[in-house]
Design a protein around this ligand. Sequence first.
Ligand code: HEC
Length: 184
Amino acid sequence: MHLASTFAAVALVVLSATLVSSSLSCAQHSHGAAGHGGDAAVGANPGPARGPADDPRTAVAFPAEMREHTLANMRDHLLALQEIQSALAGGRFDAAADVAERRLGMTSLALHGAHEVARFMPPGMQDAGTAMHRSASRFSVVARDGAATGELGPPLSALAELTATCVACHAGFRLSRASVPPAA
Ligand code: HEC
């Protein structure tokens, strides 16, 4: 019984990893298709296309200060994931739940000035942000259950789902180098 649920959890982790990689290869697919929009340089250089002309992500312009602020937030998102992983590895389920909720979850929205920034996001990017905050709060709940059961599988699975929301937004959007003036 216990063994069976451990297997189920492992299967979930594998499944979500597969989903992430398949959505990634999907993004690369449309990338290839979109990249043939008459850019002669692509044909001339058979190597993997990395230039902005062949970048399938939607460029989003933020006011300069907000751009810096957002990127600093992003680095904190990555730090938060690392802290969550360390906490889980040490069996500190409640600490993992706290980091997720405070730094990435619904509770973090005010902290990030999300309302301000959201005005400059296209709807798809807003949705991707909301998906991340929801997923982090869901992880937090699952991790707290883990504190009671001692099972690592479900929190790991929820963490993979949370990480997938980072991947999804990064696959679709980038911040453009040109920024809009704050008043815009
Ligand atoms: C709503 C969209 C969105 C979500 C969700 C998101 N990011 Fe980002 N992130 C971005 C954008 C846009 C950039 C800038 C990428 C570019 O311009 O090339 C970025 C950049 C970054 C960077 C680089 C920061 C720098 O200094 O250049 C890191 C690290 C990062 N994100 C981590 C994360 C992590 C970890 C998560 C999930 C917990 C996450 N992001 C979720 C949109 C998002």
